[in-house]
Design a protein around this ligand. Sequence first.
Ligand SMILES: Nc1nc2c(ncn2[C@@H]2O[C@H](COP(=O)(O)OP(=O)(O)OP(=O)(O)O)[C@@H](O)[C@H]2O)c(=O)[nH]1
Ligand SMILES: [Mg+2]
Length: 271
Amino acid sequence: TTTNNVVEETFTTGTDGKTGVGKSKTGNVILNNGNQFSCGSRGSSVTKICKTCDDIVSERWVTMVDTPGLFDTQKNNREVLNEITKCKMTAPGPHAFLFIFRIGRFKIEDKCTLDLFVKHFGENIFKFMVVIFTHYDDWKRDMENDSPTIHDFINTLPSQLQSIIQNKCNNRAVAFDNALKGLESRSQVAELISVIDIMNESNRKNGIEYYSNLDYEKAFIIRKKEILRRKHLRKMQRLEEETRVQNLIREAVDERVKNRLGMEQEKWKNK
Ligand SMILES: Nc1nc2c(ncn2[C@@H]2O[C@H](COP(=O)(O)OP(=O)(O)OP(=O)(O)O)[C@@H](O)[C@H]2O)c(=O)[nH]1
Ligand SMILES: [Mg+2]
């Protein structure tokens, strides 16, 4: 809402996803202010560190964080997730996570990207997640039907991802054609902002404002517990293996001693 030209509403959001899917370009399109975030069609990952930029979009301040992508061509996923965390967890916390996929054939790496992200930030992240499918222009070109919707595309995805979008993200998915200009481009941004508004409104009703440090700490504890559980499991497996080998040795020794004794007894009997 605006009162006397003062923008009251404000929110922080960021682009996340695999490298090269169009995160930075989408950030630029949302902010409508040119090339704040470097993007490009290159053979290796473009965005290396997070960058924050803000502007008025649909009558509110939007702070946008552009992040590097997972499966970066040089950095490992742990380094990328740490870089995203450093930037995302600046107070108070993001109101939305824009998880970006490139429209097209869904690959194992796409699923891994989402899994890694959710493992790192915890299941609570779904409350703030909106999925954006970029390269909508490619999809439109390929379709015979004149006006395919993004939900037509979602119906073609593997059922696991369909279910995540429909159930965990409450069907919050928007298509972006980042090649569009002018009004057409702004109308897709307005659609996204209205999806975020509805999400924020519903979160506020449940007493949640943004993804907080507490959400992150909860996820951190779950991750640590999982690491400890796996370590414990490996230790138990090692112990079991050691005991099994020791028993085998003992059995073999017992067998040899028994045979030896038998032979000695035979010798005595025959004397
Ligand atoms: N035609 C078309 N091109 C797009 C679209 N979205 C992004 N691109 C192009 O895809 C290329 C990669 O986009 P980036 O925004 O750099 O991708 P990124 O996810 O930020 O990549 P990294 O920073 O390397 O992880 C650029 O050349 C963009 O112009 C889209 O919707 N349609
Ligand atoms: Mg980028």
